[in-house]
Design a protein around this ligand. Structure first.
Ligand code: FES
Length: 402
């Protein structure tokens, strides 16, 4: 900076200078020429200054109120999923837009407040400085600090405590508003709740675990049915999203994704009742993170080549095999069934599993076989689970030998 210093300054000389003198010296030493400078409000308690302060404070206050509104909506607004036709759908559908609106407007208000603050309170100034290479001298560092002090004083930040306080509060609340949604991700993965169609909340259970409680579970095929319109409004009454399957519903070399369908939630075939509403329970089953299972029907010739895994010899039903759809690498759905090769491919990182050898991995980063679900048919000929998985479903962080 100070390549044009004509003399050196001792520490004593610098100590003896006032802040104003140091600031002036700093500009001179830095070859800075102040071409124009005008204080916004040179006289304290100018009514115009108060009006400007109220305007800036209003924007900051609005930012604070909107940040608080964001937090209130995030914590208390009804957020749980409502399907088409269900009561409360309209309120639920406003949840995400309101979050975006309040956070966006809060940040805009704080930004407008900051811009107005600079325009109303920071002195107008045009300065020209020559740039120099090389490290800064001690005198430069001292004078720079003095200049910063000078900026603080002349910007009147010290005189505008309420405005500064509101700006600080708004910035803190905006930061909290950004960080608060992360709180929803914090939970104890070991804490078991009530066992339901999505398991009990722990990673080693799923909807299929209900079988351990004596619940009869059909292999439910997703029909994709949606709420239907009756007399101008949508209703899911009588709409069955999951339906039971018989072996004949799947052609040889075919694959179908199935979900646990508890006996009391069946609403198809001879049990169909048009006034029943089982849609929500079916959707919970479909959304269960470890519920999806691939039901595969091998060609009879291929089925003869199958090598069963020890302890799982009776898990299949004839040519039908059921494997978890959740990849044992990091949990993507392993949806691609290559019938020619009898391989299952995970599209995320290209792991391949051999259906003819208990779905053990052949290629890619997955190190464990896909867990197999024991299946059979009931007395009416529907495909049902014969038991629960005998190992945890999903990514390979479990202690397992295969
Ligand atoms: S998640 Fe399937 S290969 Fe990575």
């Amino acid at each position: 900076m100070s390549n044009h210093v004509n003399r050196t300054y001792t520490n004593e000389e610098l100590d003896a200078m006032s802040n104003e003198e140091l600031a002036r010296l700093g500009t001179e030493l830095d070859d800075v020429t102040v071409a124009f400078r005008k204080e916004r409000f040179p006289i304290a308690n100018d009514p115009a200054e108060k009006r400007a302060a109220i305007m800036v404070g209003t924007w900051f206050a609005l930012g604070v109120v909107l940040a608080i509104a964001f937090l209130g909506i995030y914590l208390f607004w009804p957020w749980e999923y409502k399907y088409l036709g269900e009561e409360g759908l309209w309120t639920y559908s406003l949840y995400t837009p309101l979050l975006g609106l309040t956070m966006g407007l809060s940040i805009i208000c704080l930004g407008v407040g900051a811009v107005l603050y600079v325009k109303k309170f920071i002195p107008e100034e045009i300065s020209v400085q020559q740039r120099h290479d090389g490290p800064s001298a001690e005198v430069d560092r001292r004078t720079l600090v003095a200049l910063l002090n000078d900026s603080w004083t002349t910007s009147m930040v010290g005189r505008r405590k309420v405005v500064v306080g509101l700006a600080g509060l708004g910035a803190v609340l905006a930061g909290v508003a950004v960080a608060a949604p992360l709180g929803g991700m914090i939970k104890n993965p070991w804490k078991a709740g009530k066992l339901g169609i999505q398991g009990d909340g722990t990673l080693w259970t799923s909807g299929w675990t209900l079988h351990d409680e004596g619940v009869k579970l059909y292999l439910g095929r997703d029909t994709g049915n949606l709420a239907e319109e009756h007399d101008g409004h949508f209703s899911t009454q009588g709409v069955s999203r999951l339906v039971r399957m018989r072996p004949g519903d799947l052609a040889a070399a075919g694959m179908e994704t199935v979900f646990p369908l508890p006996e009391e939630a069946v609403n198809d075939g001879d049990l169909y009742n048009p006034t029943r509403d089982v849609y929500e329970e079916h959707m919970h089953s479909i959304h269960g993170p470890r519920n999806a299972v691939m039901l595969i029907r091998l060609r009879s010739a291929d089925a003869k080549k199958v090598i069963e895994r020890k302890g799982q010899e009776d898990f299949h039903y004839g040519d039908y095999y059921a494997y978890s759809k959740i990849c044992t690498h990091i949990g993507c759905p392993t949806s691609l069934y290559e019938a020619q090769e009898n391989r299952i491919l995970c599209p995320c990182h290209q792991s391949q599993f051999d259906v003819l050898q208990y779905c053990k991995p052949l290629f890619g980063p997955a190190a464990r076989a896909l867990p197999q679900l024991p299946i059979t048919v009931d007395e009416e000929g529907y495909l049902v689970a014969k038991g629960n998985f005998i190992e945890p479903v999903g990514p390979a962080f479990w202690e397992r030998q295969s």
